[in-house]
Design a protein around this ligand. Structure first.
Ligand SMILES: Cc1ncc(COP(=O)(O)O)c(C=O)c1O
Length: 414
């Protein structure tokens, strides 16, 4: 049978079944057959409690339930409601507001921001730069709009940020194309859990300042999807003021998402927020972002915009939300620690992990290892360079015993 019947391929490789979806459904079937205590399913990219139920912040849910039809039935303006635009800047930057011209445009989740940045700050045929370990949809989003992904090595041999690889890849792409979009997902990177340190950030800014001397247009997209599950909100935002050091032809754009921070995954809300050196560049950002929104999804959903505006309009409520999130963030940190410590104990090598939903285990044959793990009722996601474990979806006790199981399977394979 031909690969497509009526649809056009358009340079894309569209699998018949989404890999993660396939593994998740096999995990569900195994749980139904053998019971949840006999199956380990670490595939899901959402925070689950120890009983496997989705964590929903009660304080956010209360706001949701208090809304009136006008809060969700009405269209929001294309770029977002005014209170939302102000609230989301506060949510993204906290007390670490960079100097410069800042504009926020609402998008459906962080995904919408990524799409709009790529479509406006790169040209058809361009390569978008990100790290070798990366969230696969970057490739999907790029491919949908006629771009593709190029990668630098995230880590050196000794597990630190590979600034040399970042410099070499940026420089090579800037020699080949007129513009460059760079995506850095930090802190609490998906899939490794790595967070760029302040020193790593200094290097990134110095390298881009140097590379920008070519005069071409550069957009640095900071995908901050997991920022509020990394750790102390202020500490993990300390890199933000440094973005102001970038020269005029480098625009920084934070892709902010309400999915994890406010447990509003399904409400599809986020924002693209620029830090620009001139009012003209900031104004242009707003204009092109709103235009692209109109030409793709039109307005973003209003409901979560209203929820965020309410939370930021009421300091007591904001405090309540932050306190509640901290309880779950501590739960997540304990799981990550349990996995990392157990990995050291059994000699399982993992990719440098700092915080967040995922830990990755590097290996040569991720698909093979993942199949072997499935035979033992352990369901994890194979990536290009290793296996991804969602500690966000597993109780601490399971996180503690899982490394030894993975190690055993990998040792059998070798
Ligand atoms: C690395 C990364 N970036 C961005 C997102 C965007 O999520 P959303 O569109 O729900 O905000 C996700 C979600 O899983 C992610 O893992």
């Amino acid at each position: 049978m031909a690969e497509y019947i009526l649809a056009r391929k358009n340079n894309r490789n569209i699998p018949r079944e989404d890999k993660i979806f396939g593994i998740s459904s096999r995990a569900k079937a195994a749980i139904a057959e053998k019971g949840k205590d006999n199956v380990i399913s670490g595939t899901i990219g959402a925070l689950l409690d120890d009983d496997g139920k989705l964590v929903v912040l009660q304080s956010v849910d209360e706001v949701f339930r208090s809304l009136k039809p006008v809060d969700y039935a009405e269209y929001a303006p294309i770029g977002g409601t005014q209170p939302f635009r102000e609230a989301v800047k506060k949510a993204a930057f906290g007390s670490s507001v960079p100097e410069g011209y800042i504009e926020a445009v609402a998008t459906p989740g962080g995904t919408g921001s990524i799409r709009n940045v790529i479509s406006n700050y790169s040209e058809p045929g361009d390569k978008v730069l990100t790290s070798d370990w990366h969230w696969a949809p970057y490739g999907t989003i790029s491919g949908e709009i006629g771009r593709s992904i190029a990668t630098f090595e995230l880590f050196t041999e000794d597990g630190t940020f590979n600034a040399d690889s970042f410099r070499a890849a940026s420089s090579a792409l800037l020699a080949e194309q007129n513009s460059l979009v760079i995506i850095l997902n930090t802190p609490a990177h998906n899939p490794t859990g790595y967070s760029l340190t302040d020193e790593d950030w200094d290097k990134v800014i110095d390298i881009l300042t140097e590379e920008a001397k070519c005069g071409k247009a550069i957009a640095l997209l900071v995908d901050s999807a997991y920022i509020d599950f990394a750790g102390d909100e202020d500490k993990y935002r300390s890199f933000m003021p440094g973005l102001s050091r970038l020269p005029e032809n480098v625009i920084s754009i934070v892709a902010y998402s309400l999915s994890k921070t406010f447990t509003l995954y399904g409400a599809r809300c986020g924002a693209m927020i620029c830090v620009a050196k001139t009012p003209e560049i900031a104004e242009e950002f707003k204009r092109v972002a709103e235009y692209s929104s109109r030409g793709s999804w039109s307005n973003s959903a209003k409901i979560a915009q209203v929820i965020l505006s309410r939370i930021y309009g009421d300091p007591e409520l904001l405090d309540k939300v932050n306190q509640e999130r901290k309880i779950y963030r501590d739960m997540l940190a304990a799981r990550g620690r349990a996995f990392s410590e157990a990995a050291v104990e059994c000699g399982l090598k993992i990719v440098p992990y700092d915080a967040g939903f995922f830990v990755s285990v590097p290996c040569d044959d991720p698909d093979g290892i993942s199949r072997k793990l499935e035979e033992r009722d352990v369901f994890l996601v194979p990536l290009a360079k290793g296996i991804r474990v969602s500690v966000a979806s597993l109780p601490e006790e399971t996180c503690r015993k899982l490394p030894a199981i993975i190690k055993e399977v990998m040792d059998c394979e070798n």
